[in-house]
Ligand binder design. Structure first.
Ligand code: MN
Length: 153
């Protein structure tokens, strides 16, 4: 169904984090970007809005891709707990925390022992993510808290 058509969408009753008429998709089309246990639902995407609102859910111990890009992420944690890397800092996150990922900042989200679900607002027109090359990875691993975060499986 076209996300532009419905004025109101009902939350499905099974788990509270899926919506009627909203497809639950793989996180990314490209298989080149490493990630684990994450789905994506686009909640709002309209030609008369400059932004999009998506809901991501990371399974226990899963993680998003380590990446950076020019566009900003505005994130509201909705369920669960975990940690995120933003730049050179690792933050504990839990339901209702807000996380801003500024432009060109390395970032990754990791779920703890329960699903980590969050809303993420982005520009509708945005650049593609960049993955770290060997030099960038070496720079990240030079910082002990970041290295410990990235080393976790
Ligand atoms: Mn990103």
């Amino acid at each position: 169904m076209d996300a532009n058509e419905a004025i109101r969408r009902f939350r499905q009753r099974d788990d509270g984090y899926t919506w009627e008429g909203v497809d639950r998709l793989a996180y990314k089309q490209e298989s080149a970007a490493p990630f684990r246990g994450i789905t994506r639902q686009t909640l709002f995407q309209r030609s008369d809005l400059a932004g999009e609102l998506r809901y991501f859910e990371i399974a226990p111990r899963g993680h998003s891709t380590l990446e950076r890009h020019e566009h900003t992420h505005a994130v509201l944690i909705l369920r669960g707990e975990g940690r995120c890397l933003v730049g050179d800092a690792v933050h504990a996150i839990r339901a209702h925390d807000l996380v801003t990922v500024p432009p060109q900042t390395w970032h990754q989200f990791r779920a703890g022992e329960e699903p980590l679900g969050f809303l993420c607002m982005v520009d509708a027109l945005r650049d593609r993510p960049e993955l770290p090359d060997d030099a960038a990875l070496a720079e990240l691993h030079a910082q002990p808290p970041v290295a410990a975060f990235l080393a976790e499986e």
